[in-house]
Write a protein that binds this ligand. Structure first.
Ligand code: FAD
Length: 448
């Protein structure tokens, strides 16, 4: 990676990339590996937290980072490995799942420090001499040839406005993508009806969830359009996130700070761990998290990561999709630059491949939002079928396979499987009831 004050800007780059977090930095690395001449432009300076992110990093995403030769230890300093989830459904039941995504996968995940993770990916670019990377540089416009093909970017950097020419421009610039706006990339699919709003803060010295002392992520669904997640992260802190139907959040009077704390206080199973603990006191979040796809490419431009596809964070797929999109797009850009295929053929292939990879999981995430946030299960169902099924170890295993994209999302819960897990769970519940002890009992930990 060069700082590139000497670069002759009249000599076009192969690819100019806007935005240098998971999508942009890893795309630059993969193109750099293939020897393409790349300019990566980022408006902030690293290390820097993204505006909003409370991120689980799951094993399938780590595998894509492994492919770049980035050591796991370099982006997980002082960050605990999480061994599983505990799912609590109202006062009905709780279920602890060890994270078991099969023998070919790590059996843990992290709530990473995004500032460190993004900075690590940025520093990794030093290995690639054909990649120039500019921070504190903002892309303000695109250059176009006659016929409207995009031919470069206009960058504001150090008080100067610079025109950079490139054979292709990639927008890896996130949800509010300047590139998408500038080329008029159409939103091709959107689910505004399932939008959620999310607020979170960092808390200190929260005890582990239970007496086992294991680091677990606690998901508590209050079955009223809201849920909370407590995610142990770096530096001994825990991110505690409140997520809810966007319309329910909009009805709350008061400011985000007050609403955040009130929602936590109203949930004793969550509050029992927070009471008397300190938090940073700076609630972050996002209203109406987007669920959409945009057109992926056009003449001289392409989009990747959140700029192309956004979805609710409930299934923690954003970083994986960004890393995967970068991998697929890099393969297609390399084929094009090597004259193996035309631009149109390369971008049609990118579009087909990335849509096929993301769409089924997107539908699954929308289904989960509908079931877990937008529906309120009748108590009779929550106490029986849901309890029996969600406390079965096979459910936990399949959930980990789903989140790591190892099974077709549509096959996650077939009617036959629902029946099997429920029947087995009912039998197990009966046995435990007779024995007088059931770890799925909600009062097991003494919370009210
Ligand atoms: C509340 C919340 C929780 C989430 N939780 C998870 C989770 O648990 N797990 C998970 O995998 N994902 C999660 N995500 C999603 C994840 O954060 C994103 O999917 C991921 O950051 C996308 O990466 P990206 O590189 O596409 O874009 P971004 O991370 O948004 O990076 C875009 C970059 O582009 C730069 N940029 C923008 N405009 C310009 C410009 N004009 N010029 C130069 N640079 C520019 C920005 O400064 C930024 O650095 C969550 C998201 C939210 C909102």
């Amino acid at each position: 990676m060069g700082v590139d004050l000497e670069h002759n800007h009249s000599e076009p780059y192969d690819v100019a990339i806007v935005g240098a977090r998971p999508a942009g930095s890893t795309l630059a690395a993969r193109l750099g590996q293939a020897g393409l001449r790349v300019l990566l432009v980022e408006r902030v300076a690293f290390p820097s937290l993204p505006a909003v992110s409370a991120p689980f990093l799951l094993p399938h995403a780590m595998e894509l980072v492994d492919e770049l030769g980035v050591d796991e230890g370099s982006y997980t300093v002082d960050t605990p490995r999480l061994g599983g989830f505990v799912l609590e459904i109202g006062d009905y039941f709780r279920s602890v799942f060890p994270f078991d995504a099969g023998p070919s996968s790590r059996d843990y995940f992290y709530t990473i420090d995004r500032s460190l993770f993004d900075h690590t990916l940025w520093k990794n670019l030093e290995r690639y001499p054909s990649v120039d990377a500019w921070e504190n540089a903002k892309v303000v416009d695109l250059l176009r040839a006659e016929g409207e093909r995009v031919t470069g970017i206009v960058v504001e950097r150090g008080g100067e406005t610079i025109e950079i020419h490139a054979a292709a421009v990639v927008g890896a610039d996130g949800r509010f993508s300047t590139v998408a706006r500038s080329v008029g990339a159409a939103v091709t699919e959107e689910r505004e009806d399932l939008a959620t709003t999310i607020y979170y803060d960092f808390w200190e010295d929260i005890d582990s969830y239970d007496e086992s002392g294991q680091a677990l992520a606690q998901i508590y669904s209050s079955c009223d359009g809201f849920s909370t997640v407590a995610m142990p992260t770096s530096g001994g802190e825990t991110i505690v996130l409140v997520q809810g139907r966007a319309d329910r959040f909009a009805e709350l009077a008061g400011d985000p700070e007050g609403n955040y704390e009130a929602l936590l206080r109203e949930r004793p199973r969550v509050w029992r761990r927070l009471e008397g603990r300190r938090r940073r006191g700076r609630v972050s979040g996002m209203k109406r998290v987007g669920n959409l796809f945009r057109s992926s490419a056009g003449p001289g431009w392409a989009l990747v990561g959140d700029a192309y596809h956004q979805k609710d964070s409930i299934d923690a797929q954003g970083i994986y999709d960004a890393l995967l999109g970068a991998k697929v797009l890099a393969e297609e850009l390399v084929r094009w630059r090597r004259d193996e295929v035309s631009w149109d053929v390369a971008m049609a292939s990118y579009d087909r491949r990335i849509y096929a990879a993301c769409k089924p999981m997107f539908e699954s995430t929308m289904g989960r939002l509908k079931r877990e946030i937008y529906s309120e299960p009748p108590p009779a169902v929550a106490k029986t079928m849901m309890r029996w099924m969600l406390s079965d170890p096979e459910y936990g295993h399949r959930f980990a396979l789903l989140l790591t994209r190892q099974i077709e999302p549509a096959s996650f819960l077939s009617p036959a499987r629902v029946l099997k897990l429920s029947a087995r769970g009912a039998f197990r519940r009966l046995r435990r009831y007779i024995a007088g002890s059931d770890p799925t009992d909600p009062h097991h930990l003494g919370a009210p």
